[in-house]
Design a protein. Structure first.
Length: 126
């Protein structure tokens, strides 16, 4: 069964997946825009660092950082490492299509977990 924290983690992952879908769509739509830099959503790596204790801790309300696992939220970052075209654009359509497929599978797995959880609760209540 999900606890409140597990539910919130899956909700955060669903939010990250939704944001990732938007970024991938934006990257694809700007594939021919001169100077456009591809963007990525960072969530899973930050969550992993928070869970293993290697994330930077927030020591004040105005500081950036992770105070605990529940405070991890998706962030949009510029993608680095791609080949930059002559026009300054670094969007690789093959990469974007692969990311799109992987994100769809990821979102489906998360939504299936939530759905199964609520199905089990409904069966207990009957």
């Amino acid at each position: 069964m999900f606890t409140g924290s597990n539910y919130n983690l899956i909700k955060g992952a669903l939010d990250a997946s939704s944001m990732r879908q938007e970024m991938i769509s934006s990257n694809i739509s700007n594939v021919n825009t001169p100077g456009y830099k591809a963007k990525r959503v960072d969530f899973e790596e930050t969550l992993k660092r928070a869970m293993d204790g290697s994330a930077m801790k927030s020591t004040h309300a105005n500081h950036y950082g992770v105070s605990d696992v529940m405070s991890v939220s998706p962030k949009v970052k510029a993608q680095t490492g791609n080949r930059v075209n002559e026009d300054g654009n670094n969007v690789a359509i093959d990469t974007e299509m692969a990311e799109l497929s992987a994100n769809a599978i990821y979102y489906q797995a998360l939504s299936t977990q939530i759905s199964n959880h609520y199905s089990s609760i409904r069966s207990v209540l009957r």
